[in-house]
Design a protein around this ligand. Sequence first.
Ligand code: AMP
Length: 527
Amino acid sequence: MPVALNIASHVYRNGRARPDALALSVAGADLSYAALADVSRRIAGCLATARRTGRVGILASRSLAACAGILGTAWFGGTYVPLNLKLPEERLVQLLATLDLDALVVDARGAAMLTPAVEAQLPATVLLAAEARPPVALDGRTVFRLDALPDGGPTEPADIPDDHLAYIEFTSGTTGVPKGVMVPSSAVGHYLDVMQAWFGFTPEDRAAETCDITFDLSVHNMFLAWQAGASLHVMTPLQMVAPARFIRDRAITTWLSVPSVIAMMRQNRTLQPVSLTSLRISMFCGEPLPVGAARAWAEAAPNSIVENIYGPTEATIACLRQPVVEPVVVTPAREIVAIGYAYPGMRAAILDAELKPVAAGTAGEIALSGKQLAIGYFGQEELTAARFPRIDGERWYLTGDLGMEAEDGTFHHLGRIDNQVKVMGNRVELEEVEMHLRTASGSDHVAAVAWPASAGSASGIVGFAVGAALDAPAIRDALRAKLPAYMVPSAIHLIETLPLNSNGKVDRKALFADLDAGRFIGREDAA
Ligand code: AMP
């Protein structure tokens, strides 16, 4: 059987080579490599008692339970599935029902979500963080406490086949059903090898974990650090609001986050020149990187290289890169940094609607192929076939991003072809919001737009409904029960007609213009 490298093997290796070195600092706890390897092995032992699907849900984030749960799942040879702590009960129940998990790892915040309806869908095995206090009894489940795990488990991480899935990452889906992107360990291994070869992470590095485990930038942060024997410092959402202090206090050397963080720091004036001197590698991914933001970061972190990296979850974290060096390679008419060149082992192409390559300088859809492609969407074969077509015998992923390849081979990102948006870094399909808005409002004539937005990223969503049966606050309440908080419109306007474009579709540009002009300010129907 061809084997892939188990992503837990780095923690195992460093646990033996550098047992006392700091591996993880999270929520007031510091764990050495030996301690992290030990808890991972023990978790693997608990999971092995009832193996069926190999899938383990992680209802946890930015906690020891989240990191150890991920590593323990990998050690046992399983597939981890991060579950968003912002999911409403109904969506969590639906996900648990489709996932057929072997076990669920739960931290204190996750425990608060274990309502009776969720409990009914729980797998046979539940691993609880020491501080987790679930409001239900968990009758009939085998419950392990992470602070009192039985000694045992395999001494080394399990051998895994080449097609083994490292994780399934859920993201918004246009039909209202979230899409579970199935990412193989081989793709993660390739990504880590490429990054290590370029940037040479060392045991002296101190990496920040800037995001939730439901976002795949977390995989870069965790596993590049652990591969190098470096330490990972997990930030709280509060520390992310003004991260300069955390970076200085911990002398963070490597950073990867969404660019919105820079915008936030510039807004609250915490991004000062020469203030982040410990950083040596800074990367941004997940949204367009405005040139002004990139320059401001470079000024604040004079000892750091700065890179824009691009890629969807479906191609494992990122697969194109553009260093930010003067003169910065700027995307024409957009004031954002180019997305650059494909990683080794990956290819990018710009295709037309017939999936034929277009000439340099012409806009088309960005397609990706190579070693980092995901296997597809969990339980959604048709969607997988549509988004991962074979072209001339090669498997590609159609990103839905509009792009252009310049004459010199540099790729540029020119927005989206569809209505996928980033709201504070979270990937959202506006059709999914509209689908729930239709049900909640009892109206077929609805629209959702990402607003206010700049440089491809939005800070909120605004909804519109014509002839709604309920008032705006009631509609919002109904949406809160269906959608994670970041997908619930911050305002809903009940209007008489929706503007249509010449194709008879909702004219989102006109709605933007109305919002920009403040036409809805002060309306009573704004929730
Ligand atoms: P996700 O799957 O959450 O990583 O989102 C992938 C999408 O984020 C891509 O299809 C792009 O639309 C956007 N994206 C990611 N990185 C960049 C970047 N460096 N510049 C512009 N857009 C980006």
